[in-house]
Design a protein around this ligand. Structure first.
Ligand SMILES: C[S@@+](CC[C@H](N)C(=O)[O-])C[C@H]1O[C@@H](n2cnc3c(N)ncnc32)[C@H](O)[C@@H]1O
Length: 221
């Protein structure tokens, strides 16, 4: 299956085998299908709120993946029924990708607050607002397992793998993700700095903390 570089990178960051993986806001379910192909879970769950999409996806999965375990759920990710699938000592993996940072944070917060005792890891790839997302993840006491930066069709995406059990802090601008010998990373940093410089021209918005944090990352030349 041909998928975007972003989806490929997300699938590569699923290194362990899980009892349950949730491909949330799945749209056509490409990421979940990659994970089914790779046998990364006992069961892959596909979740989206659009009924027509889910009906179409279910028909496709019945034809293509009849021998594998998967489930299709047409529901709001904020109401994910994780507690119905718990297995002692085994975390479930919840993937939320390709949605805006504000929605992504609302969904992660709802899941953490409604099911505080369920063991869960999150693999997250917001579109925009990454600084805000990172701050909110830290506020939810989620720690970092890994983070990476990927460029896909001239757009940049940060991918964060986090869980409550991980001890390393999630920092507002990222740490282990950066590799400044890679020109892609430098371009992303410059683009992000330019974005906050433009915002700083608006006296209604205080982005001095963001600007300073990204400025500190600039390598000495
Ligand atoms: C752009 S697609 C992302 C597809 C895929 N995850 C990716 O990364 O390419 C966004 C999807 O999120 C779904 N969505 C938005 N809010 C949702 C919610 N609260 N619960 C479930 N699905 C939602 C939309 O219906 C849409 O199919």
């Amino acid at each position: 299956m041909k998928v975007s570089r972003r989806l490929h990178q997300l699938s590569e960051m699923v290194r362990d085998h899980y009892s349950h993986i949730w491909d949330c806001c799945c749209d056509h379910g490409l990421l979940g299908q990659l994970l089914l192909d790779r046998g990364q879970a006992d069961c892959v769950h596909f979740v989206d709120v659009v009924p027509a999409l889910m009906t179409q996806l279910e028909a496709h999965l019945q034809q293509t993946y009849s021998g594998k375990r998967w489930q299709v759920h047409c529901l709001d990710v904020a109401r994910l029924p994780l507690s119905n699938y718990t297995q002692a000592g085994k975390p479930q993996l919840v993937i939320i990708a390709g949605v805006g940072g504000d929605l992504l944070m609302d969904l992660v917060t709802a899941i953490c607050q409604s099911q505080p005792n369920v063991s869960v890891e999150f693999l997250l790839c917001p579109v925009y607002h990454t600084y805000k997302v990172r701050r909110a993840l830290a506020d939810l006491s989620l720690g970092l397992i890994s983070e990476t930066l990927v460029e896909d069709k001239q757009r940049f995406y940060e991918i964060l793998h986090v869980s409550a059990a991980a001890c390393e802090p999630v920092t507002p601008v990222g740490e282990q993700m950066w590799n400044f010998s890679d020109s892609v990373h430098l371009t992303y940093l410059q683009q992000t700095l330019n974005h906050y410089r433009r915002m700083a021209c608006n006296p209604q918005q205080d982005v001095s903390a963001e600007l300073e944090a990204y400025r500190r990352l600039l390598p000495d030349v």
